[in-house]
Structures are given as C-alpha cells and as structure tokens.
Design a binder for this molecule. Structure first.
Ligand SMILES: [Zn+2]
Length: 413
C-alpha cells in the first residue's frame, strides 16, 4: 500500500487550492456545488478548501446563508478589493509597474523610460514608482500581498539574486532583498520568459495545456516551461535557457561564450543585424526611407510593421528569422513533447514570420509530437510578463498555509 507522505498531502492541498481559486476567478460568482462539478473535487474537499480560502480572506461569500427552500445557494467570489499585488518588469531602457487586484485586474500601470540601466538607479526608480502608484491609488501597505519582478536574465532562486542579465549588464545583484529592504513587502524575482509561461497558463491561451513552452524573443531568447501547473525550474532555477542550445557548433560566438547558440540567429539583435545588412543594399526599401526620414535606429516593431505593409526587405528579414525560430522550436517539440508552444515578443505580430516558423517546425518535427502540438502567438501582448508576476505571486500565495509570502516562497530547495 502506498502511504500518503507529508509532502504528498501538502502538494495535494496546494493543487486543490489553486484549482478552486482559479475556477472561482474564471467563472465569477459560483456556488460550492457548481465548484465541485467544475473542478472534479469532492464536495468535502471543496468545502475544506473554500473554508481555508475564506479564512485567508481571498474569497468572500455573496447571498443568503439561510437554507430555506427557493433561495439561491450562497455564492463565492474572489474578494475583489481586499488585497492587491504589484508587478514590475525590468527591460533594457524601461521599467513597467502595475498594481492589480487578486483576480489580476490591473488598477494602474506605469511605464518609465530609462537613460541608464545602472542597478542603483533602476532600483531607486522601481521603489519611487511603486510608492507613487500606491499613494495615487490609496492602497494601504498592509493590503499588498507581495511584489513580483520580471527580469531578462538568469535568476538564482536559491540565493534570490539576479545572477546574470547580460542586456542589463547586471551580475549578482540582490534585487529581491534590496526591494524588500526599501518597501518592507515580500518580493519574488524571476526570469521574464518563465513568468510569461506562467501568465499564459493562468490568464492566456495556455489554460488547458499540459506541457506549455513559452518562447520569448526579445534582446535575447528565453523559454519558460510549465508542466501541468508547475514551472520547470531545474535544480537552481535556470531551466529554460534553450536560447543557448547550439544549432551550429562552429557558428558565431554568443554572449554566453559558446558558439552558434539558437538566440544568435533568432533574437531581436539578430533581426536588427539582418536589417542593417539588408539596408546597405536595399536603398529603395520602406525601412531605409523610414530610417532616413526619422533619423533614428530602426526597431523590430518598425520591421514587423513594414512587413505587414508588404515591404519586401522587411518580409525577407522576418522570413529568415522565422526559419531559425522554426529550427529551434522543432528541437523543443521533439525534446519535450509539449501540447502548446507560444511565441512572444514583437515578432509574434508577424503572420509571415509565424507561418514560416510553423512550416519549418512541421518539416523538422517527429510525427508523434507534431500531431499533438499547437503553435500560437501570445494574446497577452506587452503585459504578458507583468501578468506572469501576478501568476507567480498567486501560485506561491495559495501554497502558503497562512496565505502570506516569505523569503523562502520562491526558492527552489
Ligand atoms: Zn549562448
């Protein structure tokens, strides 16, 4: 006979809490019996889980408690304005901060452009922006359950430091502890692609996926992998660095020191390098004219826009990038057998790139994994990583017996 260990019961409790909370969040007002039906949990388990969530004030009851005939049963909903969460995204040249309710509804969002990515400067700006938004929204400090931060880099979840964020030029910075020291709120810091994968699972098109991979094409190329409801972290929290899978052992040197990494051919820097090369010969292209007229550097958004307008040079650049993305994603499909791969970043807005990528994935995938996989561009747009911060906070909050986060909440071990 298999005994239920302490770990198993804690795990089950967490799964039931997440299942119940998500069902209520997605369906709005709902009765206990409807919850049992939707979640497949027994009535006793639903009662117990709901009681726990009511005690933590994550839920509230709506309607009458009297059980007289004809009266509708008491319904449950997520306590709308009892608690708040804060999401922060740091990227090259900007930070974004949002305050949300427990259901992930954004109350306010602010984006600050930066002249420098100097760590102390960015830290101070995050602190000031959070304080300002809390004051503007009249949100009390004690009603904030936590802060989630997305960074484009590797985060050592055991030491709670941003290990290496090459595009920010940060190494070994204690972002979580530094923010906690200033704001006296629990802080979880994680990788932007991982958080985006969480966002798709909680709020996006990946809700029903069993194995979900999010491919984030930005200044680098990162992946987040969600298996069932759990983020695949690896032993130190850096799983998903598939951008550094070598697709040409003798290819160009990557920022990681290796050669021919997938991201060297597929990230935004690769796209801009292709544009720069193409524009040295295609002087009649719309992109060339745009650069000349506005006297500024082109962005990937410009290239996607130009391709969507039918510009041949921009279309060729994105088609080539789609080809490389397809090569890497075929490796992911063969290696991980996911049922959903979601493409994120500005490139997700290019139908042409997406079509070429899909063609190559089909061509290079093994039949069995290809038959079950769905490829899709993200529908969450630019707020995907912010929503991922909220998803991570919720995931960890529901795990805590007292519904409060602590410094261990995001550690791997
Ligand atoms: Zn690399």
């Amino acid at each position: 006979m298999v005994k239920t260990s302490k770990f198993d019961s804690a795990y089950l409790r967490r799964v039931n809490c997440v299942k119940t909370f998500c069902a209520i969040r997605e369906h709005g007002r709902i009765s206990r019996s409807e919850l049992a039906e939707i979640t497949g949990l027994s009535r006793a388990t639903v009662s117990e889980t709901v009681r726990e969530l009511l005690d933590r004030e994550f839920l509230c009851e709506v309607g009458s408690n009297t059980t007289s005939r004809g009266r509708p049963p008491v319904q449950l909903e997520v306590n709308p304005l009892r608690f708040y969460m804060i999401a922060v995204e740091v990227d090259v040249g900007w930070i974004a901060v949002a305050i949300t309710t427990l259901v992930g509804e954004v109350l306010v969002q602010s984006r600050e452009e930066l002249r420098t990515m100097d760590y102390e400067f960015v830290l101070d700006l995050c602190v000031d922006t959070i304080r300002r938004l809390l004051k503007e929204q009249r949100v009390e400090h004690d009603d904030v359950l936590g802060i989630g931060v997305a960074v484009p880099g590797q985060v050592d979840l055991n030491r709670r430091v941003v290990n290496f964020a090459p595009n920010l030029r940060w190494r070994d910075v204690s972002l979580a502890e530094d923010l906690e020291g200033e704001l006296h709120l629990p802080v979880l810091v994680s990788n932007e692609a991982m958080l985006s994968a969480m966002a798709e699972k909680w709020f996006g098109i990946g809700k029903d996926a069993k194995v979900l991979v999010y491919v984030s094409v930005k200044g680098g190329l990162g992946c987040g992998i969600v298996n069932d409801r759990s983020l695949l972290l690896g032993v130190s929290g850096s799983a998903g660095e598939i951008g550094h899978m070598s697709i040409d052992p003798n290819g160009p040197i990557c920022s990681c020191g290796s050669r021919g990494c997938w991201e060297v051919y597929s990230d935004e820097q690769a796209i801009l390098a292709r544009a720069s090369k193409a524009l040295s010969t295609s002087k009649d292209s719309f992109l060339f004219q745009l650069r000349l007229a506005e006297n500024r550097r082109l962005t990937v958004e410009d290239i996607v826009h130009a391709a969507n307008q039918g510009d041949t040079t921009a279309s060729e650049i994105l088609k080539e990038t789609g080809w490389y993305l397809g090569v890497g994603i075929a490796n992911i499909v063969n290696g991980l057998n996911p049922d959903m791969v979601i493409l994120g970043g500005h490139v997700a807005k290019s139908d042409l790139l997406f079509a070429e990528m899909t063609r190559v994935v089909e061509e290079r995938s093994l039949q069995i994994p290809w038959e079950r996989v769905c490829l899709a561009p993200t529908q969450l747009g630019e707020k995907v990583a912010l929503m991922g911060c909220i998803a991570l906070l919720l995931d960890r909050l529901l795990e805590q017996p007292d519904g409060r986060l602590n410094a261990d909440s995001a550690r791997v071990n």
